[in-house]
Design a protein around this ligand. Structure first.
Ligand SMILES: CC(C)(COP(=O)(O)OP(=O)(O)OC[C@H]1O[C@@H](n2cnc3c(N)ncnc32)[C@H](O)[C@@H]1OP(=O)(O)O)[C@@H](O)C(=O)NCCC(=O)NCCS
Length: 140
């Protein structure tokens, strides 16, 4: 397994995985991203993102944006230590980064706890059943 810089050839992999219905529920932000939006975003942030590859095949991405960890493993490669590998590597580069995790995201919570992270804060928000706005602070 290798950790590679998130150069332009990987940007579409990140977008496709980030919006894959099999994983999107794990994220706090679930907005759709167009290829054009992705290009603009990645042009600004690619140096904060990394790709795990296995025999040259991209298996997951990790990034730290404003100190927040963004991590995802492709469903074909989950439960093989890919995210743990990426997290260890990221923390060598961004030692103060933190994970913000939905309460119900058991896989992510276990990932962080298995790698030495401990929960410190909880965000309370009004109960908005059926809303896609999970984890966001409501507007006035
Ligand atoms: C969370 C996620 C990144 C974990 O990726 P992964 O490569 O499968 O994780 P690892 O193989 O490194 O697993 C590390 C540990 O996390 C825990 N874990 C991972 N997936 C799990 C699952 N589905 N259920 C329970 N625990 C899980 C286990 O403790 C695991 O160690 P083990 O396999 O030795 O028991 C992956 O499930 C994912 O991409 N989810 C969707 C996106 C997401 O939720 N991202 C996080 C946003 S904060």
């Amino acid at each position: 397994m290798k950790l590679e810089p998130c150069t332009e050839p990987f940007w579409e992999f990140v977008r496709a995985l980030r919006t894959d219905p099999r994983v999107i529920g794990g994220f706090i932000e679930t907005a759709d991203v167009t290829p054009e939006q992705q290009k603009r975003y990645m042009a600004a942030h690619w140096q904060n993102y990394f790709i795990a590859t296995i025999d040259g095949v991209p298996a997951g991405f990790i990034g730290s944006v404003d100190g927040d960890i963004r991590v995802c493993t492709h469903p074909d490669f989950q439960r093989r230590g890919v995210a743990s590998f990426m997290l260890r590597e990221l923390m060598r580069r961004f030692p103060d980064a933190v994970g913000k995790v939905k309460m119900e995201n058991e896989a992510s919570r276990k990932l962080f706890e298995a790698n030495g992270f401990r929960p410190r804060y909880v965000i309370y928000e009004p109960d908005q059943q059926g809303s896609r706005r999970c984890g966001a602070v409501p507007n006035d």
